[in-house]
Design a protein around this ligand. Structure first.
Ligand code: COA
Length: 411
C-alpha cells in the first residue's frame, strides 16, 4: 500500500434537524451534498472528470436519501455523467467510513482521485426511517443479543461507569463553550461554506445553527432525562421493558440511571461534508501539495447492548497500526453521540481531556449522522493547521456495537 493524501475538505453548516426550525430543512439532501461537491471542485485545482469515484455515507437511505444518493448528487452537481458514485451505511460513522474506503482505493493503486464524505437531512428523513429498528426485527438474533436504543445504552454506560449527572452536564457545557469560541474566532471558516437555495442563489445558512451560546449549568441540570419512558417500553418476548432487557445483559448495574437529556446528547441536525483524497502517484504527477496524509484507519466490533464503547478499542488499534502511543496524538475528536461516550472513551484511553473536542462537538453543534465523520475529520485538520500541531485521531461510536478511528498527519 502507498500513502493516501487529503487534498481538501469542505462542509455545510449544521442546520437544526427539525421541520420548521432548521434553515436547511427545505433543501433536498441530494442538493445539500451536491453543493459540497461543487465547493470542493471550485476550490481545488482538479476537474470533476478526473474523479475516479465518489463515496458517500448516509444512514437513512430511504425516500429522498434512497436511490443511491451519492450518484444522484453527482448528477445534481452537474458533474460529468462518467463520474461514478456509491452510498454506504455504517451508521453514525458512515462519513468517516466512506473516507476510509476512498483512502484504501487510492492507497491500493486502483484509484487516483476520490471524493468521500457523507450527508444526512434528519429533518426530512428522520432517524429510524428505514424501519429496521435496532436489529431488523430478527427474533432469533434477539435470543442472543437484545439490542436496545442508543439512548438507553448511553445511560447504561453512565450507570456502569458511575458518571454523575453533574459530570455528564459539565461535558455538555464545555462542548457549548468550545463551539461558541470556535465560531467566534472563525476556526471553522476554512472548511465551512454557505449553503444556497439552488434556484434563487439566496443564502439559506452560513453558520452552524445548533449551538446555544447562552447555555448554563443550571439550565442543563433542569432538563428532564430523555430516555426514561423509552426505557419503560415493554419490548421483550415476556413483556420486559427496554431497561430490563439492558439490565439482563448488565445485572451489575442494578437500575439504569437516566442522565442523558436534550442538552447532553448529540443534536438532531442536517448537513453534508466531504474530503478530496489523492494517491501518491496523483500528487507526484500533478504537483499537488496535499494537506495531510492518513496514517491509520480502523474499525472494530464491540459489545452490542452497550453499543457505544467501540471508540477506545478502535483508537488503540489505530495507534498500534501507526506505531504510536496515545500521548503522541495532539488532538482528539471523539464524537459526542452522548456525553457518557466521550467520558468513557477519555477514561479508557487515559488521555488528557484538554486535547479532546477543543472546538466542541455534536452535543453543541449537532450530529447529522452520515455527515459527521467527514465533518470531524475536516475540523481536526483545520485545527492542526491553525495551531501548527501534527496529528489528530478521530473516533466515533457506531450502532450495533462498533467503533471507528482514523489518524491523520498534517503535512
Ligand atoms: C435527546 C433527544 C431525544 C432530544 O430531542 P429533543 O427533545 O427533540 O431535543 P431538542 O434539541 O429539540 O431540545 C428540546 C428542548 O430542550 C431544551 N434544551 C436543549 N438543549 C439545551 C441547552 N443546551 N440548554 C438549555 N435548554 C436546552 C430546549 O428547551 C429545547 O427546546 P427548544 O428547541 O424549543 O428551545 C435527541 O436530541 C436525540 O435523540 N439525540 C440523540 C440522537 C442520536 O441518537 N444520534 C445517534 C447517536 S448514537
Amino acid at each position: 500500500m502507498t500513502a493516501s493524501y487529503i487534498i481538501d475538505t469542505a462542509r455545510t453548516p449544521r442546520g437544526r434537524g427539525k421541520q420548521g426550525k432548521g434553515s436547511l430543512s427545505n433543501l433536498h439532501p441530494q442538493e445539500l451534498l451536491a453543493q459540497v461537491l461543487n465547493t470542493l471542485r471550485q476550490r481545488g485545482g482538479w476537474s470533476a472528470s478526473e474523479v475516479d469515484d465518489v463515496m458517500v455515507g448516509c444512514v437513512s437511505q430511504v425516500g429522498e436519501q434512497g436511490a443511491n444518493i451519492a450518484r444522484n448528487a453527482v448528477l445534481a452537481a452537474g458533474w460529468p455523467i462518467e463520474v461514478p458514485a456509491a452510498s454506504l451505511n455504517r451508521f453514525c460513522s458512515s462519513g468517516l467510513q466512506a473516507i476510509h474506503f476512498g483512502a484504501m482505493g487510492v492507497a491500493s493503486g486502483a484509484m487516483d482521485l476520490v471524493v468521500a464524505g457523507g450527508v444526512e437531512s434528519m429533518s426530512r428523513i428522520p432517524m429510524g426511517s428505514d424501519g429496521g429498528g435496532q436489529d431488523g426485527g430478527n427474533e432469533h438474533l434477539r435470543e442472543r443479543f437484545f439490542q436496545v436504543p442508543q439512548g438507553i445504552s448511553a445511560d447504561l454506560i453512565a450507570t456502569l461507569e458511575g458518571f454523575s449527572r453533574v459530570e455528564i452536564d459539565a461535558l455538555a457545557l464545555r462542548s457549548q463553550r468550545n463551539a461558541v469560541r470556535a465560531i467566534e474566532e472563525g476556526r471553522f471558516a476554512k472548511s465551512l461554506f454557505p449553503v444556497k437555495d439552488p434556484r434563487t442563489g439566496a443564502v439559506l445558512l452560513e453558520r452552524d445553527e445548533f449551538p446555544r451560546p447562552d447555555t448554563t449549568a443550571e439550565a442543563l441540570a433542569a432538563l428532564k432525562p430523555s430516555f426514561v419512558s423509552l426505557g419503560q417500553l415493554a419490548a421483550g418476548p415476556g413483556g420486559e421493558t427496554l431497561d430490563q432487557l439492558a439490565l439482563q445483559a448488565y445485572p451489575r448495574a442494578r437500575t439504569i440511571q437516566h442522565v442523558h437529556t436534550a442538552g447532553n446528547s448529540s443534536g438532531i441536525a442536517d448537513g453534508a461534508a466531504a474530503v478530496v483524497l489523492a494517491s501518491e502517484r496523483y500528487v507526484r504527477e500533478k504537483g499537488v501539495k496535499p494537506r495531510a496524509r492518513i496514517r491509520a484507519m480502523t474499525t472494530v466490533g464491540s459489545e452490542p447492548v452497550l453499543m457505544l464503547t467501540g471508540p477506545a478499542p478502535a483508537s488503540e488499534k489505530a495507534l498500534r497500526i501507526a506505531g504510536m502511543k496515545a500521548r503522541d496524538i495532539s488532538l482528539w475528536e471523539i464524537n459526542e453521540a452522548f456525553s457518557a461516550v466521550v467520558l468513557q472513551t477519555t477514561r479508557a484511553l487515559g488521555i488528557d481531556p484538554d486535547r479532546v473536542n477543543v472546538n466542541g462537538g455534536a452535543i453543541a453543534l449537532g450530529h447529522p449522522l452520515g455527515a459527521t465523520g467527514a465533518m470531524l475529520l475536516g475540523t481536526a485538520l483545520d485545527e492542526l493547521e491553525r495551531t501548527g500541531q501534527e496529528t489528530a485521531l478521530i473516533t466515533m461510536c457506531i450502532g450495533g456495537g462498533q467503533g471507528i478511528a482514523t489518524i491523520i498527519e498534517r503535512l
